[in-house]
Design a protein around this ligand. Structure first.
Ligand code: HEM
Ligand code: HEM
Length: 310
């Protein structure tokens, strides 16, 4: 385990979270077209950061910083990491951030079409998922984790967690489509709001089921119960923020400009959505790390050769 590499991976993951907030601020301020050009802003490398250009160009600067941090992370991984799949994930992270930057440019060039803006929002979550996974895989707790037993004749936790993860990802895509189908001065499409609420019920059932099963079956195993508790708590906050986002959006079309309560609540909903997603990723990865694939193999813990797998 290389502590420096793990700390750096955590730094990149935190910077990515900050970048997601910076991006969401662009959308909520309706600042996406503050400048019509890219890669320059108003024909300049560094324009005056006034009005909506503060949010738009600021987001580009944060994105550039994260891009550079990702390059350094890849170099660090190639220098210190022996596991080939972690090295490949590092390469994937760099490709993802490059694709995301190009999509961002395309969003501006094509004047914020729904498909490109939603794809940009969704790939952002996938990139965040990648940087968090790199932080997980390089951590001491991952490398030193010991195998646990699964209860007999129950649905294995790794499948419950995967189901929750897939449902959350679909909910993120739905949320992005909903958010980019109407600017602050227009009403959100009712059918998309209804589908997103249905998605929230799906997430509550799958993540609630997986999280509670972890807490019940593995009491005291912090490696699993900690991410489960965090994911469940964030889910509650996210539902509350979703209802608040909807009610502030309902009122916003009459406002002279995007007002702070609407901006703050919708940005918090995007950010908390990202945190629900990554905390469920941490939980899911950890169930794959320490629990067997089927509940019949509950004696797995006793097999020494398999406990070597990292
Ligand atoms: C490289 C990493 C990048 C990441 C992780 C990222 C992430 C994000 C996120 C999370 C949003 C908010 C989506 C939402 O609220 O629904 C956003 C919005 C936006 N980003 Fe990026 N971004 C990146 C790079 C860029 C670049 C290089 C540009 C260049 C112009 C860009 C332009 C935009 C624009 C214009 C919006 C607003 C879109 C709209 O309102 O429809 N992004 N970004
Ligand atoms: C299971 C929990 C939920 C998750 C994970 C979730 C996730 C998200 C995400 C990630 C976005 C923005 C996507 C993006 O642009 O990147 C979003 C948008 C939105 N969500 Fe949710 N959501 C949840 C529950 C709810 C609930 C219960 C409501 C209540 C009606 C709601 C209402 C909204 C609204 C109104 C938007 C658009 C906000 C805007 O226009 O700025 N969400 N959701």
């Amino acid at each position: 385990m290389n502590r420096g590499l793990n700390r750096f991976a955590i730094l990149v993951a935190c910077a990515t979270f900050f970048l997601i907030i910076a991006g969401a601020l662009v959308t909520s301020h309706d600042a996406g077209l503050a400048t019509p050009d890219w890669p320059l802003s108003n024909g300049q490398f560094f324009p005056k950061m006034v009005g909506n250009l503060f949010w738009e160009h600021g987001h580009r600067m944060v994105a550039t910083t994260v891009g550079m941090l990702t390059i350094v992370l890849l170099i660090y991984i190639l220098a210190k990491e022996k596991r080939s799949w972690v090295r490949k994930l590092g390469v994937f992270a760099l490709l993802a951030v490059i694709a995301q930057g190009l999509l961002g440019g395309l969003t501006v060039k094509l004047m914020l079409p729904l498909a490109v803006s939603s794809a940009h929002a969704t790939l952002a979550q996938l990139f965040f998922c990648t940087t968090v996974s790199l932080a997980v895989f390089t951590s001491r707790s991952w490398i030193e984790a010991r195998r646990l037993e699964e209860e007999k004749e129950v649905l294995p936790l790794r499948y419950l967690c995967t189901a929750a993860l897939v449902t959350i990802f679909m909910q993120l895509i739905l949320g992005a489509t909903l958010r980019h189908s109407a600017t602050w001065d227009k009403q959100l499409p009712v059918e998309l709001v209804m589908t997103h609420i249905l998605g929230a019920v799906g997430v509550t059932l799958t993540l609630g089921g997986a999280g509670l099963a972890v807490l019940r079956r593995h009491k005291g195993e912090k490696f699993l119960t900690r991410p489960a508790t965090i994911a469940l708590s964030l889910l509650l906050v996210q539902i509350f923020l979703g209802v608040a986002a909807y009610s502030t959006r309902l009122k916003s079309p009459g406002d002279p400009q995007p007002l702070n309560p609407m901006v703050g609540i919708t940005v918090a909903h995007v950010a908390c959505g990202a945190l629900v997603f990554v905390s469920t990723i941490v939980l899911t990865l950890r169930t794959y790390r320490v629990l067997p694939a089927t509940s019949e193999h509950s004696t797995w813990a006793a097999r020494p050769q398999e406990s070597q797998v990292i």
